[in-house]
Ligand binder design. Structure first.
Ligand code: CTP
Ligand code: CA
Length: 226
């Protein structure tokens, strides 16, 4: 975690960032989640704020401090994240979806703790809404950046997400590679834009990667409106 002296290249821009995992409850003592710690999203929020942006951070449950000058909204489930993101989408300039949103949640949830009993227990799961997909479908003036967490053929699957979700850019991470992915302080990524810019970022701190992503985004925005 580091404060860099930044040029205020995002001054006047409203940036919405999602971070962390979501948590999908079965009963008061059990839930499904994933290994996301929120570091990448928080690094993006911190660097965007220090570049002068007005930053809203929609965060799943994480153990991180709120970066300086960032407006943080805490959520737990994919559904709550959906509500917060979609209701704020209209007046955002840049949206970055770094959160690891659950794809499935338990179909039934219980207010009372379930007691264990002998034998197996099968949990039926249902799909959550794909927040990013919906943002892509509703996109107007926003610059929309998604993440792709992959273990096999990262570039192929990442490109598919860029196209399918109508993104302006995708940050592809191989979460199975050394030093990258969940919980690490570093990431190696491929940044691909819809307009055809491709950047390979070697293993670097998540703060440095965040700066690169944001600078790359500003360059794209400037090339749009000369
Ligand atoms: N995402 C989302 N809502 C979901 C699932 C994913 O907004 N319900 C977003 C993530 O925040 C990320 C992007 O979609 O920016 C890609 O997430 P990823 O898990 O890599 O891909 P999926 O589209 O969920 O496909 P799969 O997990 O099958 O690879
Ligand atoms: Ca997923």
């Amino acid at each position: 975690e580091k404060e860099y002296e930044q040029e205020k290249i995002l001054k006047g821009k409203k940036v919405l960032i999602t971070a962390g995992p979501t948590r999908e409850k079965i009963d008061p003592v059990r839930y499904f989640t994933n290994p996301s710690t929120g570091k990448m999203g928080y690094a993006l929020a911190r660097q965007a704020a220090s570049m002068g942006a007005e930053v809203i951070l929609i965060s799943g449950p994480v153990a991180l401090d709120t970066p300086k000058s960032v407006d943080r909204i805490d959520v737990t489930t994919a559904d709550e994240m959906y509500e917060q993101v979609v209701s704020r989408y209209a007046d955002c300039d840049i949206v970055i979806k770094a959160a690891a949103v659950a794809d499935y949640r338990p179909k039934n949830t219980y207010e009372q703790k379930m007691k264990k009993s002998p034998g197996d227990y099968v949990v039926e799961m249902e799909r959550t809404k794909d927040i990013l997909m919906e943002l892509g479908e509703r996109k107007e003036h926003q610059y929309l950046i998604g993440f792709a967490a992959e273990t096999d053929e990262p570039e192929r699957y990442g490109r598919e997400k860029l196209a399918k979700k109508h993104l302006d850019a995708v940050v592809i991470n191989n979460v199975a590679s050394e030093g990258s992915g969940f919980g690490t302080d570093t990431n190696a990524s491929l940044f691909i834009t819809q307009k055809g810019k491709e950047m390979t970022y070697p293993l670097m701190s998540k703060d440095e990667l965040a700066m690169n992503i944001l600078k790359g985004t500003v360059e794209e925005l400037e090339s749009e409106s000369p």
